[in-house]
Ligand binder design. Sequence first.
Ligand code: PLP
Length: 322
Amino acid sequence: MRAPTITDALRARRLLADHLPPTPLWSYPSLDAAVGGGATVLLKHENVQPTGAFKVRGGLTLLAGLGAEERARGIVGFSTGNHAQSLAYAARHHGVPCVIVMPEAPNPAKAAAVRALGAELIESGADMTGAAATAAAVAERRGMRLVHAANEPALIAGVATAYLEMFDQAPDLDTLVVPVGGGSGAAAACLVAAAVAPHCRVIGVQSAAAPAAHDSWRAGTLVERPIRTRVEGLATGSGFALTQEVMRAHLADFLLVPDDAIAAAQWLLMRDAHTLAEGAGATALAAVLTHRDRVAGRRIGVVCSGGNAAEAELRACMTEAA
Ligand SMILES: Cc1ncc(COP(=O)(O)O)c(C=O)c1O
């Protein structure tokens, strides 16, 4: 498998131009005040994508690149929800059959969205590892194309368009903070920053309660870790070869944050940036708030990667904040 290049990202940008308008990049004085230390936060609103998350960029790019025979066979994905919605959305756009496997008891909002987009939804497995096994079996049995959420160059190239946009909107960012689950977003940020903004440090963030990508990056080899986080977008149990390869080459640092800090950042986004973020979407801001000392005086791009919060999750984060 070949790592995507900046040329692939530029191609994806052309491809997506007619479909997805650029998402806003805003700064909020009250968020800057909450971070303190003279830092400026520029928030990239990927939560306003039609599926509510950045992943749709990847799904549309991957599906556009499939040949007629692969399209006819259809695709299978496994996901806690946003990769799922991305594939379902792109499959509907291209008229391709789509099966999604989600771990049991998924976020009801994400499950409903996948069904509404016309994909077949199978709930299977206690976590992503279980869902992955079911998805592989379904793909084998039905002859469909299995689409991994991280080891897919086209997904990374598609997601990279968010970072091309960001550096277009703010070429002087000196720090870029990206939430990491499987690592497609962070790998994409690395790829783009290395090509167009080599002065900018890209920092990955994961929940301390599911640190497989972080630990894999630090160890320099793929490791598995238990998934104890309640932040579903970050709930991956192992490092993945392709995204780790790209992150190893370009990521400046990799931080961990507790789930409670993520919930607190979700609340701040609601209060100070009138933004509804799911946990993963608030994780980059949580890292900036938790590790303030590392970002004092910086001009920081913070990716609000998604807004598909479950109702119970929102109620809990508002109750805790009260
Ligand atoms: C909203 C959101 N943010 C961040 C991530 C992590 O992205 P990646 O798996 O590309 O590291 C996900 C993954 O599903 C997500 O849904």
